[in-house]
Design a protein around this ligand. Structure first.
Ligand code: B1M
Length: 222
């Protein structure tokens, strides 16, 4: 129960991350509410609090201290905070004031159900003024191609967290470039390296949501 009202902003961010790691859904929501009540940076709370907490959960999953049920509760805690912070994030960043950055199609490639990172990237892109069509997870390439035929999208963002689905990402980039050579494709997710992105013909990659926004801004200008 986060009842320490003397926490500094930095301490609150640490508590937020710890709360996700501790699988404390209610506590995470309460801490997120404190961020809002005190007018602290929502962007920092998402990136350095919630997202950092999920990163630490990932480490515990990899070291077999946490298993799927724990990971799912941690994700619930993260989303409890994220959903509370999201409306303020969009206001804080003035996203709606720099409209016209461009239309982005975003999705997790076929075979992959990991969408937490993609959802954070989406929120940060929207906060920066991009209009994002979120196709969700486990997205077939033909669905992406179908969508690209409908509107003047400038960027496609593809995410994957598994090495086993890097092939789906490669295939998606290939097809998008073949049918829509002018559309920029950015790729990301833990197993995606710079060299892999180059090798499959993507226009760039980023290792986190902040980098994804910077890359999208760069690609939107080209
Ligand atoms: Co699983 N999982 N998982 N998982 N999972 C990983 C990815 C894994 C590394 C864990 C491990 O075993 N070491 C491993 C993949 C191994 C590999 O291929 N190298 C793995 C596996 C194997 C699996 C299953 C196969 C497990 C099983 O069933 N035996 C299964 C796969 C199901 C499927 O997809 N078909 C599975 C299932 C699950 C859950 C459902 C339990 C859950 C997903 C819930 C959900 O997403 N809705 C889950 C989770 C949560 C994880 C870990 C623990 C955490 C991932 C996460 O959310 N991180 C993960 C372990 C780990 O990462 N260390 C693991 C927090 C998030 C904020 O970070 O997603 O990296 P991240 O996103 C970042 C950046 O990557 C970047 O910005 C984001 C924000 O900063 N980014 C982009 C992401 N996309 C981007 C796109 C961009 C740019 C940047 O441009 C477009």
């Amino acid at each position: 129960m986060p009842d320490d009202l003397n926490l500094s902003e930095d301490e609150l961010l640490v508590k937020l991350a710890q709360s996700v790691l501790a699988l404390d859904v209610e506590g995470t929501g309460q801490l997120a509410q404190i961020v809002l009540d005190r007018d602290y940076s929502v962007r920092r709370a998402i990136l350095e609090g919630l997202s950092e907490g999920m990163r630490q959960v990932g480490k515990r999953f990899c070291s077999h201290e946490y298993f799927v049920p724990e990971v799912l509760v941690a994700a619930r805690a993260m989303y409890r905070g994220l959903n509370l912070l999201k409306p303020r994030m969009l206001i804080e960043s003035g996203g709606s004031t720099h409209v016209g950055r461009g239309l982005v199609v975003l999705g997790v490639v076929q075979g992959d159900l990991h969408d937490i990172g993609k959802n954070i990237v989406k929120l940060m892109l929207e906060a920066e003024g991009f209009e994002v069509l979120d196709l969700g997870k486990n997205v077939r390439t033909d669905i992406i191609l179908q969508e690209l035929g409908k509107e003047a999208y400038s960027i496609v963002g593809l995410s994957t967290l598994m090495t086993s689905t890097l092939g789906s990402m490669k295939e998606a980039v290939y097809q998008i470039k073949a049918f829509h050579p002018k559309i920029r494709v950015m790729v990301g997710g833990a197993p995606v390296t710079d060299s892999f992105a180059k090798e499959i013909g993507a226009d760039g990659t980023a290792s986190d949501a902040t980098g994804a926004v910077a890359l999208a801004l760069k690609l939107a200008k080209v």
